[in-house]
Design a protein around this ligand. Structure first.
Ligand SMILES: [Ca+2]
Length: 172
């Protein structure tokens, strides 16, 4: 009896595991897995954390994906006033924004807020923030800073990796 229960459990577990496109805590979207951080960090630390999870800071290069992320972040009401790092920067050459994942230039799809990017050599990392119900891109300091009560450069972030990047869904 115990063996039958165990066999049944292993079978169900394997079936569920085999069809899980993304690890627990990751959302599936068109062949990719997205993880929404619970902590805020500087961009460089955020990128490092994504790498430690087998991924990279998210690439936001098409409208379908941007809308999907907007929907998820809209539900997280307590995060509405926050920013969310994605994987683009212009650290190497001011104004030449590139995706971390591929090294390719941003575009043709872009979602810059009005007045952004600010063409400032101290704001070289891409953050997304809500203006009303729309999620826009802005440039910000890559490392956390504070001057008196003002502070910035620390945000929540979104990691991305392809489905099955760490073997999830293959073994079972
Ligand atoms: Ca810049």
């Amino acid at each position: 009896m115990a063996t039958e229960v165990l066999t049944g459990f292993v079978l169900v577990y394997c079936v569920v595991f085999a069809f899980a496109a993304c690890p627990i805590d990751w959302s599936e979207f068109q062949g990719e897995c997205l993880h929404f951080s619970r902590a805020s960090r500087g961009w460089i630390d955020a990128a490092r954390d994504c790498r430690s999870k087998g991924g990279y800071l998210m690439t936001d290069d098409n409208e379908d994906k941007h809308n999907f992320v907007t929907q998820i972040l809209s539900v997280l009401h307590e995060f509405r006033e926050s920013g969310f790092w994605v994987g683009a920067e212009d650290n190497v050459f001011e104004g030449q924004w590139r995706w971390l994942e591929t090294g390719t230039a941003l575009g043709p799809y872009t979602k810059w807020a009005s007045g952004y990017p600010t063409k400032n050599e101290t704001t070289n990392c891409l953050v997304m923030k809500f203006e009303g119900t729309t999620l826009f891109w802005m440039d910000d300091n890559c490392v956390p800073w504070a001057h008196g009560k003002e502070r910035g450069g620390s945000h929540f972030y979104i990691c991305e990796k392809p489905e099955n990047a760490d073997g999830t869904g293959v073994i079972g």
